[in-house]
Design a protein around this ligand. Sequence first.
Ligand code: ADP
Ligand code: MG
Length: 249
Amino acid sequence: QQDSEPVLRTDDVTKRFGGLTAVDAVNIEVREGEIIGLIGPNGAGKSTLFNCITGTLSADDGRIYLQNQDVTSWPEYKIARAGIGRMFQETRIFDAMSVRKNLLLAAQKGDADIGQLLRRPNESLIARSDELLEYVDLGGLAETRAGQLSFGQQKLTEFIMELMAEPDLLLMDEPAGGINPSMLENLIEYIRAANEDEEATIFLIEHNMDFVMEVADRIYVLAHGERIAEGTPDEIQNNQRVLDAYLGR
Ligand code: ADP
Ligand code: MG
């Protein structure tokens, strides 16, 4: 992975909210096949950086490149179509629809006829949804209303919803948040499988240190909008600047 192509690169990305610089000239690079962690104290600018990358917010300064293409200020739908998936901190499932319908809807980005898709879904998408449900041990819940799932099951559903679209790069904002501790090892295994078997490069924000240290190949650290460190989990765990940032020094 050292010499694989960058899937994502930010060059001095900056985002201000009034007088606050939430993301301050941040440079990161995520290469094909990597699992990259993004950590930092609350309010460090992690979600804002994700929002800039996905076009949810437009950066005030700096450039964003996807597969070496400059996508700075592209609209959100166009970034999504370029192969970027995004899982949010809060769930975004349609509660009243079955798990299956949520998965089928997630498979298309934009212009498909949704009514048609749900009435007469194509066989290969159904097979794909079954395969993914099995894969996260939710086989058998396809026809359950999504609103009846537990929080953890909803998070897993959202994860495989993103995989339905076969993203090249999947951004995940605190995937372990609110997940039952006994499920964390499973979630790590699913993320690794998405990375290896589905060939999705993964960029994830995570609050749970044990989790991120175990799953990530490399980690970036933000504090007060600035990138203060980058390295392997071992390097980050022993980095004095990182320890100080978490202790508020
Ligand atoms: P993190 O995800 O690292 O906890 P955020 O990116 O959510 O941090 O927030 C970074 C800073 O920007 C915080 O001080 C937050 O209050 C502020 N912020 C985030 N979004 C907005 C917004 N839409 N308007 C104003 N301030 C915001
Ligand atoms: Mg956040």
